[in-house]
Design a protein around this ligand. Structure first.
Ligand code: ATP
Ligand code: MG
Length: 570
């Protein structure tokens, strides 16, 4: 393509709310334009990147036997009512009515729609398995759309849904998708990890997220330094904490602890390690139609992991409890403990089961209980509540866990029969018995990937695209448009590149050389070929964007060089 025909409105400055490199450079280099909060237009360059990503995804999904479809973005609310998610999904779901007062949603994900596609059409186990996928626009009314394409409200997702006659077959597909996604992210040139994950609002049992390791990531992931274990902090496990500190020795009793409201003060006062104290975290749990106060108990040296706590309470969301709510629930702030706690829901971290010689609030102002052994609580009080920390021990191999930041680019789920049961979608099994489908679902954030690639590869001058995803592999820059020999040679190379299928941008604009160079650096295609004065001596210059290294090459050898570096197959 010729640059004179391209539309890529570049700017010197990015808007103030753009803080991450991907957001800043994609705007400044004219790849995207913002039209509203969390709403972006993909301009020609971004569209080219998206097409490249889509092609890779499509090749791998087709290879895995999945079939491409496109589902309507507007979904009748009725289907979401059948699954129960119409009310449960919360405010991210955009609900609206048409002129006839019929209710609809803008699809944030399409489990309901796809169940509707197969329901009453797939009737026998003989027609299974089936995997349908699409690459389509999604809408989620995110509470805080931010970071450009990383968290938009409208975004592009590749979402696949598979149907199976047995759990084993669902697991087989899950493993196949793990492999397929790994191929996709490898081909996209990303440094990623597949990690154990929480299943969130989508639901189901086993799920894995694909995380690209990046300092600006919003997710905390724990990675073992010794084995392959990696997990999102929302789902991370550890070997139960142990201590070398002395265990206190006390008869269980109530102890006067005036004004000692914090774990630090209590540990100091009794001269014990915080390991032997119990911290109460009071939250307000939000449900579909009501809310209530809940208390979460963990060791004084641990923190509550919000997502785990939310799952334990089966709540849509946990929010901070106000002083008034806490008092109304009959709790004594600073002195709250699990013993004798009445009329309020509470959960205890599983690692505290059978813990000995613990100190906790006595539910009475200025009193704590000491010498407590955590027995005599119902099993269903115990839940995994803690946030695994840097340095905790790997649950599989005993290695040390490290925290790093990641950006979620994909998520695969074993759904089981959650949606098929709720929506009464069944098939006849080998014995002629009606069974709900086993399902899996799989999602890749296609538009998020555009930003992730830049988050992972940029410098202070701009984007650095890799060859797999770059809109162009090569930009030919003519230094002086008035010099016919430069123009002729550039056009000749451009033609040759075209016939070799090397996507090439010929900068034929009547712009200053400096402008052309700085735009090349900002847009960040992998290579630039400079055709300038030294053409007279038979030389051209090849610049690699990643390193900005310049190599002088004889003009007669440049085509072979370009073939060598740009024609290799993945
Ligand atoms: P997150 O935790 O980042 O909100 P999610 O768990 O809600 O993601 P899924 O429902 O699993 O996401 O969606 C599949 C993929 O879609 C994600 O892995 C992510 O790459 C992408 N995605 C989700 N929400 C957004 C968004 N608001 N903007 C861009 N991409 C998104
Ligand atoms: Mg989300």
């Amino acid at each position: 393509m010729k640059f004179s025909k391209l539309y890529a409105p570049t700017t010197k400055e990015a808007p103030k709310d753009a803080t991450l490199p991907s957001h800043i450079f994609l705007l400044r280099a004219g790849f995207i334009g913002q039209i509203g909060s969390g709403l972006y237009n993909f301009l020609p360059l971004a569209q080219m990147v998206i097409n490249n990503i889509k092609n890779i995804i499509k090749e791998e999904m087709d290879e895995a036997g999945a079939l491409e479809i496109t589902m309507s973005m507007v979904t009748p609310a009725e289907l979401w009512k059948q699954s129960g998610r119409y009310s449960y999904y919360g405010k991210e779901l955009l609900r609206f009515k048409d002129r006839k007062e019929n209710e609809f949603v803008l699809s944030p994900t399409n489990e309901e729609s796809v169940v509707n596609i197969v329901k009453n059409n797939i009737t026998s186990y003989k027609q299974l398995p089936l995997h349908l996928y699409q690459i389509n626009t999604k809408f989620r009314d995110e509470a805080r759309p931010r970071f450009g394409l990383l968290r938009g409200r409208e975004f592009i997702m590749c979402d696949g849904y598979s149907f199976h006659a047995s759990k084993e077959d669902m697991k087989r597909e899950f493993d196949l998708m793990e492999k397929t996604y790994s191929n996709i992210f490898t081909r996209l040139g990303l440094n990623y990890r597949a990690v154990d994950a929480d299943s969130g609002a989508i639901g189901g049992s086993g799920s894995k997220e694909f995380m690209v390791l990046a300092d600006n990531g919003e997710d905390d992931i724990l990675v073992c330094d010794n084995c392959k274990y990696a997990a999102n902090i929302e789902a991370a496990k550890r070997k139960p904490l142990q201590t070398t500190a002395d265990m206190p020795e006390a008869q269980m009793s109530k102890f006067y602890t005036p004004n000692l409201k914090t774990i630090d003060k209590i540990a100091n006062f009794f001269k014990v390690d915080k390991f032997f104290t119990i911290k109460a975290v009071i939250k307000k749990a939000i449900y579909e139609n009501d809310s209530k106060i809940v208390v979460l108990f963990v060791r004084g040296c641990d923190e509550v992991q919000e997502k785990k706590a939310q799952n334990a309470c089966n709540a849509i969301e946990l929010v901070d409890a106000s002083e008034e709510d806490i008092l109304k629930a009959g709790l004594v702030p600073g002195f709250c403990g699990p013993v004798g706690l009445k009329n309020v829901d509470f959960y205890i971290d599983s690692e505290l089961k059978n813990a000995k010689q613990m100190i906790c609030g006595a539910n009475e102002k200025d009193y704590h209980i000491i010498g407590l052994n955590i027995v005599n609580f119902n099993d269903d009080r115990f839940k995994d509540l803690i946030a695994v920390k840097q340095g905790d021990i790997c649950p599989h191999c005993g290695g040390k866990l490290h925290i790093t930041k990641g950006i979620e680019v994909g998520h695969i789920f074993q759904l089981g029969d959650k949606y098929s049961s709720a929506m009464n979608a069944t098939f006849l099994d080998i014995n002629g018995k009606a069974q709900p489908f086993y399902m899996g679902c799989y999602g890749i954030g296609v538009s998020r990937l555009v930003a992730v690639i830049i988050e992972a590869n940029h410098d202070e001058k701009g984007c650095i695209w890799n060859e797999q995803t770059s809109p162009f592999k090569l930009e030919i820059i003519i230094s002086n448009l008035k010099d016919n020999s430069q123009v002729d040679f550039a056009n000749q190379i451009y033609k040759n590149c075209k016939s070799l299928d090397i996507q090439t941008l010929l900068d034929d604009r009547n712009e200053r050389f400096g402008v052309k160079m700085s735009e090349f650096e900002l847009m960040g295609f992998p290579y630039a070929l400079l055709i300038g004065k030294s053409l007279n001596e038979g030389n051209v210059e090849l610049i690699e964007r990643k390193t900005l290294n310049k190599t002088i090459i004889k003009k007669d050898e440049i085509l072979d060089k370009l073939k060598e570096i740009l024609c290799k197959k993945h």
